[in-house]
Design a protein. Structure first.
Length: 539
Protein backbone atom coordinates (compact mmCIF):
# COMPACT_ATOMS: atom_id res chain seq x y z
CA UNK A 1 0.00 0.00 0.00
CA UNK A 2 2.83 2.42 0.82
CA UNK A 3 4.24 2.13 -2.72
CA UNK A 4 0.84 2.12 -4.43
CA UNK A 5 0.96 -1.54 -5.44
CA UNK A 6 -2.63 -2.28 -4.36
CA UNK A 7 -5.21 -1.14 -6.92
CA UNK A 8 -7.99 -0.85 -4.31
CA UNK A 9 -6.04 1.59 -2.09
CA UNK A 10 -6.49 5.23 -3.15
CA UNK A 11 -4.13 8.16 -2.63
CA UNK A 12 -1.52 10.18 -4.48
CA UNK A 13 1.14 9.98 -1.75
CA UNK A 14 2.23 7.23 0.68
CA UNK A 15 0.63 9.06 3.60
CA UNK A 16 -2.66 9.47 1.67
CA UNK A 17 -2.67 5.74 0.99
CA UNK A 18 -1.96 5.03 4.66
CA UNK A 19 -5.00 7.14 5.57
CA UNK A 20 -7.16 5.17 3.14
CA UNK A 21 -5.83 1.88 4.51
CA UNK A 22 -6.21 2.74 8.22
CA UNK A 23 -9.30 4.92 8.06
CA UNK A 24 -7.57 8.21 8.97
CA UNK A 25 -6.33 6.78 12.29
CA UNK A 26 -3.36 9.17 12.66
CA UNK A 27 -1.81 7.55 15.79
CA UNK A 28 -1.88 4.17 14.06
CA UNK A 29 -0.42 5.65 10.89
CA UNK A 30 2.45 7.24 12.87
CA UNK A 31 3.13 3.95 14.63
CA UNK A 32 3.29 2.11 11.30
CA UNK A 33 5.62 4.69 9.75
CA UNK A 34 7.85 4.55 12.83
CA UNK A 35 8.01 0.79 12.47
CA UNK A 36 9.00 1.14 8.81
CA UNK A 37 11.82 3.54 9.74
CA UNK A 38 13.07 1.09 12.32
CA UNK A 39 13.20 -1.79 9.81
CA UNK A 40 16.33 -0.23 8.31
CA UNK A 41 18.26 -0.96 11.53
CA UNK A 42 17.00 -4.51 12.12
CA UNK A 43 19.70 -7.12 12.55
CA UNK A 44 17.77 -9.75 10.57
CA UNK A 45 17.85 -7.79 7.32
CA UNK A 46 19.91 -9.95 4.90
CA UNK A 47 23.19 -8.60 3.55
CA UNK A 48 23.60 -7.54 -0.09
CA UNK A 49 24.96 -10.95 -1.18
CA UNK A 50 21.91 -12.76 0.21
CA UNK A 51 19.54 -10.19 -1.33
CA UNK A 52 21.12 -10.85 -4.74
CA UNK A 53 20.85 -14.61 -4.26
CA UNK A 54 17.17 -14.39 -3.41
CA UNK A 55 16.57 -12.20 -6.47
CA UNK A 56 18.11 -14.80 -8.80
CA UNK A 57 15.59 -17.31 -7.40
CA UNK A 58 12.70 -14.87 -7.86
CA UNK A 59 12.22 -14.62 -4.10
CA UNK A 60 11.46 -11.48 -2.11
CA UNK A 61 12.62 -11.15 1.48
CA UNK A 62 9.83 -10.16 3.84
CA UNK A 63 11.76 -7.05 4.93
CA UNK A 64 12.52 -5.80 1.40
CA UNK A 65 9.58 -3.41 0.98
CA UNK A 66 9.54 -2.29 4.66
CA UNK A 67 13.25 -1.48 4.38
CA UNK A 68 12.76 0.59 1.20
CA UNK A 69 9.70 2.34 2.66
CA UNK A 70 11.63 3.14 5.82
CA UNK A 71 14.44 4.70 3.76
CA UNK A 72 11.88 6.86 1.97
CA UNK A 73 10.59 8.15 5.31
CA UNK A 74 14.10 8.79 6.64
CA UNK A 75 15.01 10.67 3.43
CA UNK A 76 11.85 12.79 3.77
CA UNK A 77 12.91 13.81 7.28
CA UNK A 78 16.44 14.69 6.12
CA UNK A 79 15.92 16.40 2.75
CA UNK A 80 19.39 18.03 2.67
CA UNK A 81 21.59 15.99 4.97
CA UNK A 82 23.15 12.58 4.57
CA UNK A 83 21.22 9.49 5.54
CA UNK A 84 22.39 7.85 8.79
CA UNK A 85 23.52 4.63 7.12
CA UNK A 86 26.62 2.54 7.69
CA UNK A 87 28.42 0.64 4.91
CA UNK A 88 26.36 -2.55 5.36
CA UNK A 89 23.02 -0.68 5.36
CA UNK A 90 24.05 1.29 2.30
CA UNK A 91 24.85 -1.91 0.39
CA UNK A 92 21.58 -3.44 1.55
CA UNK A 93 19.72 -0.37 0.28
CA UNK A 94 21.32 -0.51 -3.16
CA UNK A 95 20.80 -4.28 -3.43
CA UNK A 96 17.09 -3.97 -2.58
CA UNK A 97 16.70 -1.06 -5.03
CA UNK A 98 18.25 -3.08 -7.88
CA UNK A 99 16.32 -6.28 -7.24
CA UNK A 100 13.04 -5.31 -5.53
CA UNK A 101 12.44 -1.91 -7.07
CA UNK A 102 8.69 -1.18 -6.80
CA UNK A 103 8.85 2.41 -8.05
CA UNK A 104 11.56 4.19 -10.09
CA UNK A 105 11.21 7.41 -8.04
CA UNK A 106 12.99 6.57 -4.77
CA UNK A 107 13.83 9.84 -3.04
CA UNK A 108 16.93 8.57 -1.30
CA UNK A 109 18.55 6.84 -4.31
CA UNK A 110 19.70 9.91 -6.25
CA UNK A 111 21.39 11.39 -3.17
CA UNK A 112 23.09 8.20 -2.02
CA UNK A 113 24.25 7.08 -5.46
CA UNK A 114 25.71 10.54 -6.15
CA UNK A 115 27.53 10.57 -2.78
CA UNK A 116 28.73 6.95 -3.00
CA UNK A 117 28.89 6.14 -6.74
CA UNK A 118 31.61 3.49 -6.30
CA UNK A 119 29.48 1.55 -3.82
CA UNK A 120 26.34 1.90 -5.94
CA UNK A 121 28.19 0.78 -9.08
CA UNK A 122 29.83 -2.20 -7.36
CA UNK A 123 26.50 -3.48 -5.99
CA UNK A 124 24.78 -2.93 -9.35
CA UNK A 125 27.46 -4.82 -11.30
CA UNK A 126 27.41 -7.78 -8.92
CA UNK A 127 23.60 -7.78 -8.83
CA UNK A 128 23.24 -7.86 -12.63
CA UNK A 129 26.00 -10.47 -12.98
CA UNK A 130 24.16 -12.71 -10.53
CA UNK A 131 20.93 -12.31 -12.53
CA UNK A 132 22.73 -13.12 -15.79
CA UNK A 133 24.36 -16.24 -14.34
CA UNK A 134 20.98 -17.47 -13.19
CA UNK A 135 19.56 -17.06 -16.69
CA UNK A 136 16.96 -14.44 -15.79
CA UNK A 137 15.55 -12.70 -18.84
CA UNK A 138 14.63 -9.47 -17.04
CA UNK A 139 17.74 -7.80 -15.62
CA UNK A 140 16.10 -5.24 -13.35
CA UNK A 141 19.30 -3.55 -12.15
CA UNK A 142 20.30 -2.60 -15.70
CA UNK A 143 17.52 -0.04 -15.93
CA UNK A 144 18.86 1.85 -12.91
CA UNK A 145 21.99 2.92 -14.82
CA UNK A 146 20.46 6.04 -16.30
CA UNK A 147 19.44 7.34 -12.85
CA UNK A 148 22.97 8.51 -12.13
CA UNK A 149 25.67 9.40 -14.65
CA UNK A 150 28.51 8.64 -12.23
CA UNK A 151 27.14 5.13 -11.62
CA UNK A 152 26.54 4.54 -15.34
CA UNK A 153 30.10 5.60 -16.14
CA UNK A 154 31.47 3.09 -13.64
CA UNK A 155 29.11 0.17 -14.17
CA UNK A 156 28.05 0.00 -17.84
CA UNK A 157 31.27 -1.42 -19.31
CA UNK A 158 31.90 -4.01 -16.54
CA UNK A 159 28.34 -5.31 -16.96
CA UNK A 160 28.76 -5.45 -20.74
CA UNK A 161 32.08 -7.24 -20.33
CA UNK A 162 30.29 -9.94 -18.34
CA UNK A 163 27.34 -10.24 -20.69
CA UNK A 164 27.11 -13.88 -21.87
CA UNK A 165 28.09 -14.54 -25.48
CA UNK A 166 25.04 -16.75 -25.92
CA UNK A 167 22.27 -14.78 -24.31
CA UNK A 168 18.55 -15.53 -24.34
CA UNK A 169 16.42 -13.51 -26.77
CA UNK A 170 14.64 -11.54 -24.00
CA UNK A 171 18.06 -10.45 -22.65
CA UNK A 172 18.82 -8.69 -25.97
CA UNK A 173 16.60 -5.79 -24.91
CA UNK A 174 18.75 -5.32 -21.81
CA UNK A 175 21.92 -5.64 -23.91
CA UNK A 176 20.84 -2.89 -26.32
CA UNK A 177 19.87 -0.66 -23.38
CA UNK A 178 23.28 -1.28 -21.77
CA UNK A 179 25.09 -0.42 -24.99
CA UNK A 180 23.09 2.77 -25.47
CA UNK A 181 23.95 3.78 -21.89
CA UNK A 182 27.65 3.06 -22.45
CA UNK A 183 27.64 5.15 -25.63
CA UNK A 184 26.20 8.08 -23.71
CA UNK A 185 28.48 7.99 -20.68
CA UNK A 186 31.64 5.96 -21.34
CA UNK A 187 34.83 6.62 -23.27
CA UNK A 188 34.40 5.74 -26.96
CA UNK A 189 37.84 4.18 -27.22
CA UNK A 190 37.00 1.84 -24.33
CA UNK A 191 33.74 0.85 -26.00
CA UNK A 192 35.53 0.11 -29.30
CA UNK A 193 38.06 -2.06 -27.46
CA UNK A 194 35.20 -3.93 -25.82
CA UNK A 195 33.50 -4.45 -29.20
CA UNK A 196 36.64 -6.12 -30.59
CA UNK A 197 36.95 -8.39 -27.55
CA UNK A 198 33.31 -9.37 -27.91
CA UNK A 199 33.55 -10.09 -31.64
CA UNK A 200 36.54 -12.35 -31.02
CA UNK A 201 34.25 -14.78 -29.19
CA UNK A 202 33.37 -17.48 -31.70
CA UNK A 203 30.55 -18.84 -29.54
CA UNK A 204 28.55 -15.60 -29.74
CA UNK A 205 25.01 -16.04 -31.08
CA UNK A 206 23.83 -14.31 -34.27
CA UNK A 207 21.63 -11.66 -32.64
CA UNK A 208 24.41 -10.43 -30.39
CA UNK A 209 27.04 -10.40 -33.15
CA UNK A 210 24.77 -8.26 -35.34
CA UNK A 211 24.27 -5.97 -32.35
CA UNK A 212 27.99 -5.43 -31.73
CA UNK A 213 28.71 -4.93 -35.45
CA UNK A 214 25.93 -2.32 -35.64
CA UNK A 215 27.34 -0.45 -32.65
CA UNK A 216 30.76 -0.56 -34.28
CA UNK A 217 29.21 0.98 -37.40
CA UNK A 218 27.81 3.87 -35.33
CA UNK A 219 31.13 4.52 -33.57
CA UNK A 220 33.51 3.88 -36.46
CA UNK A 221 31.68 3.57 -39.82
CA UNK A 222 34.86 3.16 -41.85
CA UNK A 223 36.06 0.22 -39.75
CA UNK A 224 32.81 -1.73 -39.43
CA UNK A 225 30.77 -1.07 -42.57
CA UNK A 226 32.26 -3.86 -44.68
CA UNK A 227 32.17 -6.31 -41.74
CA UNK A 228 28.50 -5.63 -41.06
CA UNK A 229 27.66 -5.81 -44.76
CA UNK A 230 29.42 -9.15 -45.14
CA UNK A 231 27.65 -10.60 -42.10
CA UNK A 232 24.12 -9.39 -42.89
CA UNK A 233 23.65 -8.85 -46.65
CA UNK A 234 22.45 -11.94 -48.47
CA UNK A 235 22.25 -13.96 -45.26
CA UNK A 236 19.34 -15.22 -43.15
CA UNK A 237 16.51 -12.67 -42.94
CA UNK A 238 16.72 -12.94 -39.14
CA UNK A 239 19.95 -10.98 -39.24
CA UNK A 240 18.13 -8.09 -40.90
CA UNK A 241 15.50 -8.19 -38.13
CA UNK A 242 18.23 -8.12 -35.47
CA UNK A 243 19.83 -5.13 -37.22
CA UNK A 244 16.50 -3.32 -37.27
CA UNK A 245 16.05 -4.01 -33.53
CA UNK A 246 19.37 -2.35 -32.77
CA UNK A 247 19.35 0.55 -35.23
CA UNK A 248 15.67 1.47 -35.14
CA UNK A 249 15.04 1.93 -31.44
CA UNK A 250 15.92 5.59 -31.85
CA UNK A 251 17.89 5.82 -28.60
CA UNK A 252 21.42 6.27 -29.95
CA UNK A 253 22.89 9.64 -28.91
CA UNK A 254 22.37 12.17 -31.70
CA UNK A 255 26.08 13.02 -31.69
CA UNK A 256 26.74 9.42 -32.78
CA UNK A 257 23.83 8.69 -35.12
CA UNK A 258 24.62 11.96 -36.87
CA UNK A 259 28.15 10.70 -37.44
CA UNK A 260 27.05 8.08 -39.96
CA UNK A 261 28.51 8.87 -43.36
CA UNK A 262 26.84 8.49 -46.74
CA UNK A 263 28.17 4.95 -47.48
CA UNK A 264 27.01 3.65 -44.08
CA UNK A 265 23.59 5.27 -44.44
CA UNK A 266 23.29 3.84 -47.94
CA UNK A 267 24.04 0.35 -46.58
CA UNK A 268 21.40 0.66 -43.84
CA UNK A 269 18.78 2.00 -46.27
CA UNK A 270 19.52 -0.78 -48.76
CA UNK A 271 19.44 -3.59 -46.17
CA UNK A 272 16.47 -2.43 -44.10
CA UNK A 273 14.51 -0.90 -46.99
CA UNK A 274 14.45 -4.17 -48.90
CA UNK A 275 12.74 -5.90 -45.97
CA UNK A 276 10.42 -3.13 -44.77
CA UNK A 277 8.08 -1.12 -46.97
CA UNK A 278 7.03 2.47 -46.24
CA UNK A 279 4.24 2.73 -43.71
CA UNK A 280 3.43 4.35 -40.36
CA UNK A 281 6.44 6.24 -39.05
CA UNK A 282 7.24 3.74 -36.34
CA UNK A 283 10.24 1.45 -36.40
CA UNK A 284 11.54 0.18 -38.73
CA UNK A 285 9.78 2.02 -41.62
CA UNK A 286 10.28 5.33 -39.83
CA UNK A 287 13.89 4.38 -39.24
CA UNK A 288 14.52 3.89 -42.97
CA UNK A 289 12.78 7.20 -43.69
CA UNK A 290 15.04 8.84 -41.10
CA UNK A 291 18.17 7.45 -42.76
CA UNK A 292 16.97 8.73 -46.16
CA UNK A 293 16.32 12.18 -44.68
CA UNK A 294 19.74 12.15 -43.05
CA UNK A 295 21.34 11.33 -46.39
CA UNK A 296 19.35 14.13 -48.05
CA UNK A 297 20.71 16.63 -45.53
CA UNK A 298 24.33 16.03 -46.55
CA UNK A 299 26.10 18.34 -48.98
CA UNK A 300 28.77 15.88 -50.11
CA UNK A 301 29.19 14.31 -53.55
CA UNK A 302 29.27 10.95 -51.74
CA UNK A 303 25.66 11.55 -50.66
CA UNK A 304 24.68 12.40 -54.24
CA UNK A 305 26.24 9.20 -55.53
CA UNK A 306 24.59 7.16 -52.76
CA UNK A 307 21.12 8.55 -53.53
CA UNK A 308 21.56 7.96 -57.27
CA UNK A 309 22.60 4.37 -56.60
CA UNK A 310 19.65 3.77 -54.24
CA UNK A 311 17.21 5.27 -56.74
CA UNK A 312 18.32 2.77 -59.39
CA UNK A 313 18.00 -0.26 -57.04
CA UNK A 314 14.95 -2.26 -58.16
CA UNK A 315 14.74 -3.94 -54.74
CA UNK A 316 13.95 -0.52 -53.24
CA UNK A 317 11.07 0.22 -55.62
CA UNK A 318 8.59 0.92 -52.74
CA UNK A 319 10.98 3.59 -51.47
CA UNK A 320 11.79 5.14 -54.86
CA UNK A 321 9.54 8.18 -54.45
CA UNK A 322 11.11 8.94 -51.06
CA UNK A 323 14.61 8.50 -52.47
CA UNK A 324 13.98 10.70 -55.53
CA UNK A 325 12.55 13.41 -53.28
CA UNK A 326 15.65 13.08 -51.08
CA UNK A 327 17.78 13.53 -54.20
CA UNK A 328 16.03 16.79 -55.02
CA UNK A 329 16.55 18.09 -51.48
CA UNK A 330 20.16 16.94 -51.39
CA UNK A 331 20.93 18.60 -54.72
CA UNK A 332 19.57 21.88 -53.39
CA UNK A 333 21.64 21.59 -50.21
CA UNK A 334 24.77 20.69 -52.18
CA UNK A 335 24.26 23.64 -54.51
CA UNK A 336 23.76 25.97 -51.58
CA UNK A 337 26.84 24.65 -49.79
CA UNK A 338 28.96 24.95 -52.92
CA UNK A 339 27.76 28.39 -53.94
CA UNK A 340 30.41 31.07 -54.08
CA UNK A 341 30.09 34.65 -55.31
CA UNK A 342 32.28 35.11 -58.37
CA UNK A 343 34.92 37.75 -58.68
CA UNK A 344 34.64 40.64 -61.14
CA UNK A 345 37.26 38.94 -63.32
CA UNK A 346 35.21 35.72 -63.50
CA UNK A 347 32.05 37.62 -64.40
CA UNK A 348 33.87 39.48 -67.19
CA UNK A 349 35.23 36.20 -68.55
CA UNK A 350 31.74 34.74 -68.62
CA UNK A 351 30.27 37.80 -70.36
CA UNK A 352 33.06 37.69 -72.92
CA UNK A 353 32.35 34.00 -73.60
CA UNK A 354 35.54 32.93 -71.94
CA UNK A 355 35.84 30.08 -69.40
CA UNK A 356 32.47 29.28 -67.72
CA UNK A 357 32.28 29.74 -63.93
CA UNK A 358 29.61 27.14 -63.10
CA UNK A 359 27.28 24.56 -64.62
CA UNK A 360 24.72 27.22 -65.58
CA UNK A 361 27.37 29.20 -67.47
CA UNK A 362 28.59 26.03 -69.17
CA UNK A 363 25.03 25.12 -70.22
CA UNK A 364 24.39 28.61 -71.60
CA UNK A 365 27.70 28.64 -73.49
CA UNK A 366 27.06 25.17 -74.93
CA UNK A 367 23.57 26.18 -76.04
CA UNK A 368 25.01 29.24 -77.75
CA UNK A 369 27.55 27.08 -79.59
CA UNK A 370 24.84 24.63 -80.65
CA UNK A 371 22.72 27.47 -82.06
CA UNK A 372 25.74 28.73 -84.01
CA UNK A 373 26.14 25.22 -85.41
CA UNK A 374 22.43 25.16 -86.25
CA UNK A 375 22.73 28.45 -88.14
CA UNK A 376 25.82 27.24 -90.01
CA UNK A 377 24.11 23.95 -90.94
CA UNK A 378 21.11 25.78 -92.32
CA UNK A 379 22.72 28.80 -93.96
CA UNK A 380 26.06 27.42 -95.03
CA UNK A 381 26.80 25.29 -98.04
CA UNK A 382 24.94 22.06 -98.78
CA UNK A 383 27.44 19.92 -96.90
CA UNK A 384 26.17 21.44 -93.65
CA UNK A 385 22.87 19.59 -93.66
CA UNK A 386 23.68 16.91 -96.24
CA UNK A 387 26.25 15.14 -94.07
CA UNK A 388 23.36 14.06 -91.82
CA UNK A 389 21.81 12.08 -94.69
CA UNK A 390 22.64 8.91 -96.53
CA UNK A 391 22.96 9.74 -100.25
CA UNK A 392 22.70 7.92 -103.53
CA UNK A 393 25.38 7.68 -106.21
CA UNK A 394 24.50 11.20 -107.35
CA UNK A 395 24.95 12.64 -103.87
CA UNK A 396 21.21 13.12 -103.47
CA UNK A 397 19.68 12.64 -99.98
CA UNK A 398 17.82 9.34 -99.56
CA UNK A 399 17.18 8.82 -95.83
CA UNK A 400 18.43 10.30 -92.51
CA UNK A 401 21.56 8.82 -90.97
CA UNK A 402 21.32 6.95 -87.64
CA UNK A 403 21.41 8.92 -84.42
CA UNK A 404 24.96 7.84 -83.54
CA UNK A 405 26.33 9.13 -86.84
CA UNK A 406 24.54 12.45 -86.36
CA UNK A 407 26.00 12.70 -82.88
CA UNK A 408 29.50 12.10 -84.22
CA UNK A 409 29.29 15.09 -86.60
CA UNK A 410 27.90 17.27 -83.82
CA UNK A 411 30.68 16.32 -81.39
CA UNK A 412 33.30 17.32 -83.98
CA UNK A 413 31.67 20.71 -84.59
CA UNK A 414 31.16 21.37 -80.88
CA UNK A 415 34.78 20.52 -80.05
CA UNK A 416 36.02 23.04 -82.62
CA UNK A 417 34.02 25.83 -81.00
CA UNK A 418 34.84 25.00 -77.36
CA UNK A 419 38.48 23.95 -77.63
CA UNK A 420 39.88 27.50 -77.04
CA UNK A 421 38.11 27.52 -73.64
CA UNK A 422 39.57 24.10 -72.67
CA UNK A 423 36.10 22.56 -72.53
CA UNK A 424 35.96 18.79 -72.85
CA UNK A 425 33.32 17.29 -75.16
CA UNK A 426 32.85 13.53 -74.95
CA UNK A 427 30.25 11.18 -76.47
CA UNK A 428 28.37 8.62 -74.35
CA UNK A 429 29.03 9.75 -70.76
CA UNK A 430 28.18 7.24 -68.00
CA UNK A 431 25.61 8.20 -65.34
CA UNK A 432 23.89 6.54 -62.39
CA UNK A 433 21.99 3.31 -63.02
CA UNK A 434 24.41 2.28 -65.80
CA UNK A 435 22.79 4.81 -68.17
CA UNK A 436 24.57 7.06 -70.68
CA UNK A 437 23.86 10.49 -72.07
CA UNK A 438 24.72 11.07 -75.71
CA UNK A 439 27.24 13.85 -75.02
CA UNK A 440 28.87 15.28 -71.92
CA UNK A 441 30.33 18.78 -71.98
CA UNK A 442 32.67 19.32 -69.01
CA UNK A 443 34.88 22.03 -67.55
CA UNK A 444 36.31 22.82 -64.10
CA UNK A 445 34.59 20.04 -62.17
CA UNK A 446 31.09 20.61 -63.55
CA UNK A 447 29.42 19.18 -66.62
CA UNK A 448 26.31 19.41 -68.77
CA UNK A 449 24.68 16.32 -70.32
CA UNK A 450 23.28 16.55 -73.85
CA UNK A 451 20.57 14.09 -74.86
CA UNK A 452 20.02 13.71 -78.62
CA UNK A 453 16.98 12.47 -80.52
CA UNK A 454 15.96 12.48 -84.18
CA UNK A 455 12.58 14.10 -84.87
CA UNK A 456 11.11 10.69 -85.71
CA UNK A 457 12.19 8.98 -82.47
CA UNK A 458 9.33 7.28 -80.63
CA UNK A 459 10.41 8.86 -77.30
CA UNK A 460 10.75 12.34 -78.80
CA UNK A 461 8.22 13.96 -76.44
CA UNK A 462 9.03 12.06 -73.23
CA UNK A 463 12.83 11.73 -73.21
CA UNK A 464 13.42 15.36 -72.21
CA UNK A 465 11.92 14.51 -68.83
CA UNK A 466 12.46 10.76 -68.35
CA UNK A 467 16.06 10.71 -69.55
CA UNK A 468 17.42 14.23 -69.19
CA UNK A 469 15.64 15.98 -66.30
CA UNK A 470 14.96 12.93 -64.12
CA UNK A 471 18.19 11.20 -65.07
CA UNK A 472 21.39 12.74 -66.36
CA UNK A 473 20.80 16.29 -65.08
CA UNK A 474 20.79 14.90 -61.52
CA UNK A 475 24.37 13.72 -61.95
CA UNK A 476 27.44 15.07 -60.23
CA UNK A 477 28.53 18.47 -61.47
CA UNK A 478 25.41 19.09 -63.58
CA UNK A 479 23.56 21.04 -60.88
CA UNK A 480 20.30 20.07 -62.60
CA UNK A 481 21.28 21.55 -65.97
CA UNK A 482 20.97 19.67 -69.26
CA UNK A 483 20.37 20.17 -72.97
CA UNK A 484 17.81 18.33 -75.08
CA UNK A 485 18.88 18.44 -78.75
CA UNK A 486 16.75 17.25 -81.65
CA UNK A 487 17.73 16.82 -85.31
CA UNK A 488 14.78 17.94 -87.44
CA UNK A 489 14.52 15.93 -90.69
CA UNK A 490 11.25 17.46 -91.82
CA UNK A 491 8.54 15.32 -93.35
CA UNK A 492 10.96 12.76 -94.79
CA UNK A 493 9.21 9.53 -95.75
CA UNK A 494 11.64 7.48 -93.66
CA UNK A 495 11.66 9.81 -90.65
CA UNK A 496 8.34 11.62 -90.26
CA UNK A 497 7.91 13.73 -87.06
CA UNK A 498 6.59 11.82 -84.06
CA UNK A 499 3.14 12.98 -83.03
CA UNK A 500 2.72 14.51 -79.61
CA UNK A 501 -0.51 15.50 -77.87
CA UNK A 502 -1.46 17.77 -80.79
CA UNK A 503 -0.85 17.97 -84.54
CA UNK A 504 2.68 17.09 -85.68
CA UNK A 505 5.02 20.10 -85.95
CA UNK A 506 5.71 21.47 -89.43
CA UNK A 507 9.12 23.10 -88.82
CA UNK A 508 12.14 22.97 -86.56
CA UNK A 509 11.08 26.22 -84.85
CA UNK A 510 7.59 24.84 -84.20
CA UNK A 511 9.01 21.62 -82.76
CA UNK A 512 11.30 23.58 -80.45
CA UNK A 513 8.41 25.73 -79.25
CA UNK A 514 6.20 22.69 -78.62
CA UNK A 515 8.92 20.83 -76.73
CA UNK A 516 9.59 23.87 -74.55
CA UNK A 517 5.86 24.05 -73.86
CA UNK A 518 5.91 20.58 -72.28
CA UNK A 519 8.16 21.87 -69.46
CA UNK A 520 7.17 23.71 -66.30
CA UNK A 521 8.56 27.17 -65.55
CA UNK A 522 10.99 25.62 -63.05
CA UNK A 523 12.13 22.95 -65.52
CA UNK A 524 12.77 25.54 -68.22
CA UNK A 525 15.29 27.23 -65.89
CA UNK A 526 17.55 24.17 -66.09
CA UNK A 527 16.58 22.18 -69.20
CA UNK A 528 17.44 23.86 -72.51
CA UNK A 529 15.82 22.83 -75.80
CA UNK A 530 17.71 23.12 -79.08
CA UNK A 531 16.47 21.85 -82.48
CA UNK A 532 18.88 21.73 -85.44
CA UNK A 533 17.21 21.83 -88.83
CA UNK A 534 18.87 19.29 -91.14
CA UNK A 535 15.85 18.83 -93.40
CA UNK A 536 16.18 18.90 -97.19
CA UNK A 537 15.71 22.52 -98.29
CA UNK A 538 12.85 23.35 -100.59
CA UNK A 539 13.86 23.46 -104.20
Amino acid sequence: AYFGLFADIDGDTPRDRMRDLFGNDEPLIEAVLQGLRGSVRRSDVPDDVEIMRLATENQTHSLALPFLAGLEEIAADAPEGRLPLDEKQRRQAFAFAYSELPDPALRWYARESATYPDVAADVLVRSVRAEMRSGKSHLSGVYRLEDNVAVARRAALPVLESFPARCATPQMRALVYLIETALRHCDEAAVLELIERKLDRRSMNVAQRVCWLAVGLVLSPGSYQSRLEEYVVGQDERRVRHLAHVMCRGHFPSRLSGRLEAPALSLLIRVLGRSHEPGPLGAPAGCVKGFIDQLASMASTEATEAIESLASDDALEPWRAEIIDAGDRQNAIRREAGFRHFSVEQVIKTLEKQAPANAADLAALTCDCLREIARTVRRGNASGWLKYWNVDSYNRPEKPKPENACRGYLVEDLRLRTKPLHIDVQPEAAYAGDTRSDIRVAHGGFNVPVEIKRSCHRDLWSAVRTQLIDGYARGLGADGHGIYLVFWFGDAATCRPTRGSGPPPKSAAELEEHLRGTLSDEERLKASICVIDVSVPDA
